[in-house]
Design a protein around this ligand. Sequence first.
Ligand code: NAD
Length: 329
Amino acid sequence: MSDAGNVLVTGGAGFIGSHVCKRLAAAGYQPIVLDNLSRGFRSSVKWGPLEVADIGDGARVREILNRYRPIGVMHFSAFTSVGESVQQPALYYSNNVGATAVLLQAVIEHGAPPFVFSSTAAIYGNPASVPVDEDHPHRPINPYGRSKLYVEHMLADANQASGLPWVALRYFNAAGCDPDGEIGERHDPETHLIPIIVRAALKGSTVSIFGDDYDTPDGTCIRDYIHVNDLADAHILALKYLARGGKSCGINLANSKGFSVREVLATVERVCGRPVAVKIDPRRPGDPAVLIGKTERAKELLGWSPKRSDLELQVRDAWNWYENFLPSV
Ligand SMILES: NC(=O)c1ccc[n+]([C@@H]2O[C@H](COP(=O)([O-])OP(=O)(O)OC[C@H]3O[C@@H](n4cnc5c(N)ncnc54)[C@H](O)[C@@H]3O)[C@@H](O)[C@H]2O)c1
């Protein structure tokens, strides 16, 4: 065991979980990755043991908890594509909600250590106003968002019943990659804007803009991008917050600044030194014009604020990864 203790990281072979593992190790914790590798990569697990297992397999989860005796759990494992969740809702409810219930039961039997959950701004649905704070109504508009909200409800119930301390970190759009290029974003298919544009720049392919007639300065949608290492820092702060008896709750993790699709495009073109061809497609149903998060709670409770909010920095790290370390995509 390391100085600060073992932390169980479900989904630690994925994009955000692997970045958090690197930060956990740097902070003196030993990350124990539990991942079924359905959407993650063995090669992304570099800072502690990998247990190839499904969180829905209660017997395996108990065995892993008994072996490593973690002082906290960070729960990243989930399916994460909004479009896929609309096509296959049962898959999302089964993997994101049902399997999480199995994990939770085992964690509670293990003594209910602090539990940090990867939630999402998708639980808010179409924002009634921006920036969105944590008290905004929770009205998800797709099965993915609902699956995450149901887990937040399960956590609140588990807290009532068993005292499980929890924080649900509601990320806006995770972006960037490890600046050292040791790990990066690898979704297949990729649905996130920055990697889509970076990959188009590398391949010389065309990027679709879904609507350029929104009520925004340049007509394209505005989103809030948060660097994955800023997310990683917040997870460690959240673990410490719960360990010192902090109140269980949902906390936004956002940049608090919005960038339009055209601003992201221009930034990628500048960083990559290559033009990117675009075509304008119809709006996608359910896409709000502007989505920006408010992060006062993260600052107040965790002492967190983003350090890599600059869009150019986020794009540069993503470009570095795709160009130098993942040339086959
Ligand atoms: N990427 C974003 O912008 C974003 C935004 C908001 C919330 N989130 C949440 O953050 C978390 C991580 O997202 P990501 O982008 O790193 O996703 P990812 O797909 O890269 O990683 C998810 C990991 O979970 C694993 N996994 C899935 N189901 C499993 C199961 N039943 N048992 C064990 N392992 C399983 C996969 O193999 C994968 O390694 C997810 O919960 C996601 O909902 C992500």
